[in-house]
Design a protein around this ligand. Structure first.
Ligand code: GDP
Ligand code: GDP
Length: 436
């Protein structure tokens, strides 16, 4: 069983909004398609390579007067099994008796509890969290489930908690189960609309590299991953069943659905977005790119079928990438012909480079010299960075300790400068600011 993160709280504090936020937009999409809305109680969430279940107890409240009477056996069972409980409260309405009841209920389980102060939609509401300190559950953690504020930090905190408590999934005999794709091998998702040439590209890639190839069961449904051994080390391509020639003849033409691609994306370290160059980046490509950004993974863009274009259409095709996918930042854009093989040899090195940047760690000394230099070149009009540390990798995350607030434009300058100084390429970066 995966670690269980169980969400409790009185009605309307935003529990289900928080579940959706933690799970990413994917859940909403899946539910819409199946015509299910509030029914679903447990969703799988992946963050920084860790997966856990988020369980919403909201649907289990029964009619009655006191919250404690309304709680069903099912909800009690969920609490008893919780690895971590998130008790959600609403900073817009403030503390109520029902919050106290919910806290008491959660405490009875004896499981660890984190207090989540929801609806902190902006800095102005930050101060509202302190009245909940009276619940006796420690410092409230401020988020806005609606706008996503603090969601990434909360996911970090959950994963840190799971890591520090050595929570490893157990099988029935109580032995640890290692998730079968959590083997440290770089995981790559090849995504794109149907017919852009993903299968052709993938099979070409395998052929080009003359690599050793093996199929492994993926983690979801009937997924099959392909691990290839390359001169750069092993690379795991996620959910390739629909792309392998063999699989095609055995099962008929299986299209790689977009929803399925989104699943793959959630398990990926790197996303390769394949685009049909003859059509250029479309609205659907744009939505896929948005999802890549939301998943926080670095990407490589591939303009395939490049050989079909002449000089003029090439320029137009490239321009659509700049127009439509600009928020992918400076993701490398490769031009390939999967059909002839031209340009395909650049793909693996581009993937490896992106992975290197994503996992890069900068020493505190070098980082602070860079911070000093960039402040000397351009001091901020307000505030000053006193020092900085890299708090995390994947993606590289820098915390700036500042005296006074820095303008947004200045933060962008800092990001650009660090990217250049440490050759971080196009990898997503996170900058956090602590003002004292
Ligand atoms: P639940 O009953 O605890 O599952 O609460 P819901 O998730 O259904 O949310 C209740 C209401 O609060 C809905 O109208 C949400 O749109 C709203 N809501 C949830 N999270 C936030 C938030 O972070 N900020 C604001 N302003 N509203 C929120
Ligand atoms: P998928 O649905 O994204 O996996 O796309 P396929 O790999 O099945 O390719 C769809 C069609 O595009 C097939 O007819 C391929 O032969 C063709 N195709 C793939 N790559 C190229 C390319 O680089 N150039 C040209 N001209 N056709 C290609």
């Amino acid at each position: 069983m995966k670690p269980q993160v169980v969400i409790v709280g009185r009605p309307n504090v935003g529990k289900s909004s928080l579940v959706n936020r933690l799970a990413g937009r994917r859940i909403a999409v899946v539910e819409e398609l199946r015509g299910v809305t509030r029914d679903r109680k447990s969703v799988e969430v992946e963050w920084r390579g860790r997966s856990f279940d988020v369980v919403d107890t909201g649907g289990w409240l029964q009619a009655g007067s006191e919250l404690e009477d309304k709680v069903s056996k099912q909800a009690d069972a969920a609490l008893a099994e919780a690895t971590l409980i998130l008790l959600v409260v609403d900073t817009a309405t403030g503390a109520t008796d029902e919050d106290v009841a919910a806290a008491r209920w959660a405490l009875k389980s004896g499981r660890p509890i984190m207090l989540i102060a929801n609806k902190v939609d902006d800095v102005a509401h930050e101060a509202n969290i302190w009245e909940f300190i009276n619940l006796g559950l420690g410092e409230p953690f401020a988020v806005s489930a609606l706008h996503g504020r603090g969601a990434g930090d909360l996911l970090d905190k959950i994963v840190d908690f799971l890591d520090s408590h050595h929570v490893t999934p157990k099988d029935d005999a109580g032995d640890d189960i290692l998730e079968d794709d959590d083997d440290g091998v770089l995981r790559v998702a090849l995504i794109g609309r149907p017919n852009v040439g993903k299968s052709t590209l993938f099979n070409r890639l395998i052929g080009e590299e003359r690599s050793v190839v093996h199929d492994m069961p993926g983690t979801t449904r009937d997924a099959i991953d392909t691990v290839i051994e390359t001169e750069h080390g092993p690379i795991r391509f996620i959910d390739t069943a629909g792309m392998r020639k063999k699989a095609r003849t055995e099962r008929g033409l299986e299209t790689y659905s977009v929803l399925r691609a989104l699943d793959a994306l959630d398990r990926a370290d790197i996303a390769v977005l394949v685009i049909d160059a003859t059509e250029g980046a479309s609205g659907q490509d744009q939505r896929l790119a948005e999802r890549i950004t939301a998943a926080g993974c670095p990407s490589v863009v591939v303009l395939n079928k490049w050989e079909l274009l002449d000089a003029e259409t090439r320029e137009r095709s490239l321009a659509t990438v700049g127009d439509r996918l600009s928020f992918l930042g400076d993701a490398p854009v490769l031009k390939t012909s999967a059909l002839t093989g031209k340009g395909v040899h650049r793909l693996l090195p581009a993937i490896i480079d992106s992975a290197d940047d994503y996992t890069k760690r900068i020493s505190t000394g070098r980082l602070n010299r860079a911070i000093r230099d960039l402040q000397m070149r351009h001091p901020s009009p307000t505030g000053r960075i006193r020092y900085a540390v890299q708090g995390a990798t994947e993606p590289p995350t820098f915390t700036l300790f500042c005296s006074g607030k820095l303008p947004q434009t200045y933060l962008r300058y800092v990001e650009r400068s660090l990217r250049e100084a440490f050759d971080l390429g196009s990898t997503p970066l996170r900058i956090r600011v602590r003002v004292d």
